[in-house]
Every structure is written in C-alpha cells, then in structure tokens.
Design a protein. Structure first.
Length: 149
C-alpha cells in the first residue's frame, strides 16, 4: 500500500494533464463555458425539463474539469498551498473569456510535474524510516511527573 500511495499523486497528475488534450475535454468545455447557448438549445419546460437540463449541464462541467479535479486530488495529497493555486487556475479556466487556451499549456505543466514527481518518488524509494530500537543496558527515560499524579 505504501508504494501505491506514494505513486498515486504523480499518476493522477499525468492522467489529468493528458486529459487536457482530449476532444472530450474540448467539447465539454465549449458547452460548459457558454451556458446561454446550452440553455437555449436544451431547454424543456417543467420540473423534469429543469432537472434534465441541470444534469446535462453538470455532466458537461464535470467533463470539462475532471482532469483538473484529478490534479487537485493529487496536489491535495502533497501540499495544501498547491491545492489553493490549482483551485485559482481552475477558477480562471472556468470564468475567463478564451480560457480554452489555458488547457493545453496547463496539460503540459501537469504531465511534466507528474513525471518529475513520479521520478522523484521512484528514485527516493518509499521505505519507512526504521524506528530506533532500545539497546540493552540503556534505560528508558523516566517520567517522574506522571508517576507522582
């Protein structure tokens, strides 16, 4: 389990970065970033129509950002400050005009970072440091404060 847990963040970054180059990402982003056109095209009256519209738009938004979300999970396993930066990048990718231009450079950055993290993980090993064993003849430190209570 230790080896898998150490390699997982790097693999998630690589997969998430590679997803940035797929046509599925591109088509989902086109629909998700233009909700007015999506609403006009898919509108159905009533509660069932609203539910259907919400589910379809949610699926498009998930398809748009699933690679970045995988990167967020990977970074969350490593460093909270990196998660905050990645969340800002995702926010920019979702809200800025012409944000589709961010996807490919971001994909390159994610794949490169994943490869670097994977290399560092595999080269450094994942063994746990050994605990120091008590040597014979060496006394354990006493806790006199606790004994007196």
């Amino acid at each position: 389990m230790g080896r898998f847990a150490a390699v997982l963040p790097a693999v998630l970054l690589i997969v998430g970065g590679a997803y940035q180059f797929t046509s599925l990402k591109h088509s989902c982003h086109a629909r998700c970033s233009s909700p007015l056109f999506f609403l006009m095209q898919k509108w159905k009256p009533g509660t069932a129509g609203a539910l259907r519209l919400g589910v379809l738009h949610g699926i498009d938004c998930l398809g748009c950002c699933v690679g970045l979300m995988a990167g967020l999970v990977a970074l969350g396993m490593m460093n909270l400050a990196l998660v905050f930066r990645a969340a800002l990048i995702i926010f920019a990718a979702k809200t800025l005009p012409e944000s589709h231009r961010i996807a490919r450079p971001l994909g390159i950055l994610m794949v490169a970072a994943g490869v670097v993290f994977l290399g560092l993980t595999l080269l450094s090993g994942t063994e746990q440091p050994e605990r120091k064993k008590m040597e014979p003849g060496v006394e354990k430190p006493e806790m006199k404060e606790m004994d007196s209570m």
